[in-house]
Design a protein around this ligand. Sequence first.
Ligand SMILES: Nc1ncnc2c1ncn2[C@@H]1O[C@H](COP(=O)(O)OP(=O)(O)OP(=O)(O)O)[C@@H](O)[C@H]1O
Length: 647
Amino acid sequence: MREDAESLDITDVTANWVNAEVLRAGLDARIRSLADLAHTPLFFGRLDYVPARTFYIGRRHVHDAEGDPMVIDWRAPVSQPFYRASKKDPQDIALRRRFGYAAGELTAYEDEHLTDPSDAETGSRLLQAEIERPRVGPMRDIVATIQPEQDEIVRAGIEGSLCVQGAPGTGKTAVGLHRVAYLLYTHRERLSRAGTLVVGPNSSFLHYIEQVLPALGEMSVRQATVTDLVAHVPVRGEDGAEAAGIKGDARMAQVLRRAVRSGVSMPQEPCVVVRGSRRWRVPADELASLVEELLSRDMRYGAAREALPQRIAHAVLVRMEQAGEAPDDRVQDAVARNAAVKAVVKTCWPAVDPAKLVLRLLSDPEFLAEQAEGILTEAEQQAILWAKPARGVKSAPWSAADAVLVDEVDDLVRRTPSLGHVVLDEAQDLSPMQYRAVGRRCSTGSMTVLGDIAQGTTPWATASWEEALRHLGKPAAAVEELTLGFRVPRQVIAYASRLLPEIAPELREATSVRESPGDFSVRACPAPELDAAVVEACREALLHEGSVGLIAADARVPALAVALDAAGLPHLAPGTETGEGSRLTLVPATLAKGLEYDYVVLDEPAAIIDAEPDIRTGLRRLYVSLTRAVSGLAVLHAAPLPPALAS
Ligand SMILES: Nc1ncnc2c1ncn2[C@@H]1O[C@H](COP(=O)(O)OP(=O)(O)OP(=O)(O)O)[C@@H](O)[C@H]1O
C-alpha cells in the first residue's frame, strides 16, 4: 500500500499549482500514515465468523495487491465482536484469537471457541500481561484489550452525550481518546467539517496523552485546557479561593447578562432620515417599541444590534411606501447605514467590548452593585472587586476565572461556534462558569464527559454529575460507571480507598483487575532524615523496570530537587517524556492528576493536605497522589498521617 502511494504520479493531473500542492500534501500524509511503526504490529486479533469467514483485526485497514482486505480496522462494525462477543452471546463468532507480541515480534496466541461448550471460560493471559507491562514513555493505546464495558462507551452513537464516572485507573482517559478515534472513523466527513476537541486539566497531562491519538491514526484533533479556550485576555492575576468560587458560580452568568444589556436605553428623540429633498421621521415612541421588541427576544446582543438599524430602516420604508414611493432592498440597506440611524443605534444599543465590560464590573463598585443587585450579596461583590481599579485591558490583573467571565460576555454578544464533538477529561474540577464555557463550544454537537467526583480538587469541584451536565447544557446525557481498575494494585487501591468515606461517601471502592498485589510500604522517619529517606526510596524504585514518580507537595519540590541532584539522581519535570535513560519524574502534587508511574514515592502526605484551602480538598489531592502507581507505592512521612490512613 505504501509503495502504491509512493509510486503515484500526480504531475499534470491538476489544473493549477494550488490543487497540485493540496494533492501533494494529502498524498504525503497518506504515505506517512502508512509508515511502519517499530513495535506496532499490523494486527492483534482474529475473528472466525460462522460460517467460515476469517478477519484479522488491527489498528488500521490493510488490503492486498488486488484490493481485498487483509486486516480490518478495529473501529469497523465487523470488528465489534472482538470486544463484545462472549460465551453467553457469541455474536456469530466461532473463534476469537488474540496475538501477543514482544517488541514487535509475534510471541504467543490465545484462542477462545465461543460456540464450543467444552471450552472453559478462562481469563486472558495476554490481557493480564498487557495490563501488568511496565510503563515508560507516553500513554499507550489499548486497542488490543478494550473491555466490553469500555467498548460500549467507545462505540456509543455520536448523537447523544455521555458522562463517565470512574475510579482512578478505570481507563476513562483511554476510553475517551479511543472514542474520539472511533467517532472520527465512523463520522469522518461530519467531524472534519465541525471539528473535535479534547479538553484536559493542564499541559503536562495534554502532553502525556497527545501521542495516543496519532498512534490511533488520528491527527486532526485539537487539545486544550479550559484556560486555552478562553484566552481573550492575558492572565497574570490570581484569585483567592473565595473570589474564585464566586466568579465561577453560575449566578455570575445572570450578572453578566444584565451588565451586557445595561447600556441599552430608550430613544428620547425621533429619528429623521434625509434622502434627496425629503425627510422621513420615525417618532421616539415607535423607536422605543423596536428596541423593546429586540430586548424581549432571546437573541445575541450583537445580532440584535445589527438588526436594529434594519428595523428602523423598515419603519422608514413603510412611510416611503405610504407616500407612494416604491423603494427596494437597496434603499433599505442605504437607510440602515444612514448617519441618523447609526446615531440612534450608537446611543440606544451601544457596542459592547467583552473585556472592557468585565473590567468595569471588577473595577467599579457602583456599576457592579447595580448589575449584581439581588443576585450577589454585598460581601460577595466586595470579594470579587479588584483591590484597585484597572486602567486598561492590557494591564488589568486578569485571573483564570476572569477570562471565563470575558468568554461568557463574548458569547452573549455573539454566538460561539459549536464543534462536532468535545471530550472533557477530569471534568469534576470545573466551576459552573467553566462548564458553561466548554458547553457552548459544543451547543449543537455531542460530548463525552469523563471524571471522578472523589478526585475533585478545586473548592468548587462539582458535587454531582447531574449538576455538571446541567451547566454543560447536556442535562439528558446518560451517566455510566466504570468500576474495573487497570492501573492501581489491589493493596494500594484498598489503602487509598480508606479516604473515600470522607471525600466522596456516595462512591464505591474500585476493584483492581491486576493480579499482582503490588509493592506497598508506609515508612515513618524523623523530620531531619526525611529528604534522605525519600532519595533512598527513589533509588530503590529505580532498581525496578519502568517509570518512577516522586510526588510531593508543590512547596516541597525545590528542596527535593536539590536533594536528588546532590545524590546524583537525574530527574524530569512532568510532561517531559520518560525513556529508558531518564525514568524518574519529580511531580508537584497539583500536576499529578491523570498521570501514572510504575513506582511512586509519595513524600509527606501532611504537606500535600496542608497545601489546600480545606481538609476535604486536601484529602482528595492526597487520594489522587496515592492512585498514580502501577506496580508499587512507598509512602514516606515525618508528620502524622491523616487518621483514616494512620491505623
Ligand atoms: N482495557 C484496557 N487494557 C489495557 N490497559 C488498560 C485498559 N483500560 C485502561 N488501561 C490502562 O490503565 C491505565 C489507566 O487508564 P486511564 O489513565 O485512562 O484511567 P483514568 O480512569 O483516566 O484514571 P484517573 O482517574 O486516575 O485519571 C492506563 O495505563 C491505561 O492504558
